[in-house]
Design a protein around this ligand. Sequence first.
Ligand code: MRU
Length: 363
Amino acid sequence: MGDGDISRYPLKSRVCTLKWERYVLKLIDQRRLPFKEIYVSCKSAESVARAIKDMVVRGAPAIGVAAGYGIALAALKFKEKNKERFASYINENIKLLSGTRPTAVNLFWALDRMKKVLDSSKGLEVGKIKDRLIEEAIGIEKQDLEINWKIGQNGKKIFEGVNSKIKILTHCNAGALATSGYGTALAVIRSLNAEGKVANVIVDETRPLLQGARLTAWELHQEKIPFFIISDNMAGYFMSKGDVDAVLVGADRIASNGDTANKIGTLSLSILAGHYRIPFYIAAPISTIDIKIESGDNIPIEYRDKKEVREILGKVIIPEFMAVENPAFDVTPADKITAIITENGIIYPPYKKNIGKIFKDKR
Ligand code: MRU
């Protein structure tokens, strides 16, 4: 790695989302943060699938990385030598993991990579295929960290001409906890902060599961990046007062025309930002772009257990007889997005053309 690589980043306190230790996947239990730092050990694809579904691990890139390890764990469990049976067993586990959460495309992207390794290893013995699957899962994790570092480096370029410190609003958690480290939207914030350019981060609490108040705030607090938390309905107030220079969020799936699915509430923020002429940025790896999908209308939106809205941290606030809904994501139309920050550079409108160009160059 070169001079500007992530290993040189002085993380004051390294947030460790997942650890692959002696063939066990250890996940920090994000449901318990910031009150308890407990790791959950996964020894099978089933336990990884449960951890993704129940949000022990969450955030688009982190879900993908965990799923890769889920397949590595499945491979390790298989004790026979028959190649055909091994392949169909791995495929069953790919199916199991792909049924956990529908919106974040990184899950399917990572499982696709694992499948490609399986399919291209037909000439090898089961033991060798297992090694290759484990290597691939480790590779996905390492690559994600490097990508996030690049997103941070690219993102800070947007603010190069700005002489004063920047006030940034973010939603949900697109930080180290949502990735294998460093984050996407928080990567940009971290790289700006390293240059002393962050005045303040406004953290949306992000109901119903409070990823902003519990997770983003926890990360920023550990690195002493100045921030304060607001409830989601306060964003317009702070924008109207001139307290937000830019909105910076992550993404779960970006359609080929730039429409972007992210945590519920992102759409309203983008409309508010448009009203107050505040730039609205998405930070995401290229793997979050689903080139096969034409527009946001085709992005599947996850609906989660209504209990998440009825309760706050286990305390019931809405009785059973009252109706609630719980969509976990919404889609921000491309015309509300100022730019998309990726590891390959910054994508500006027109998105259809410029996203298309990236994928053409990749071929
Ligand atoms: O439901 P979650 O917590 O998995 O949703 C996470 C988000 O919406 C993030 O903003 C997104 O995954 C980007 S993470 C780098």
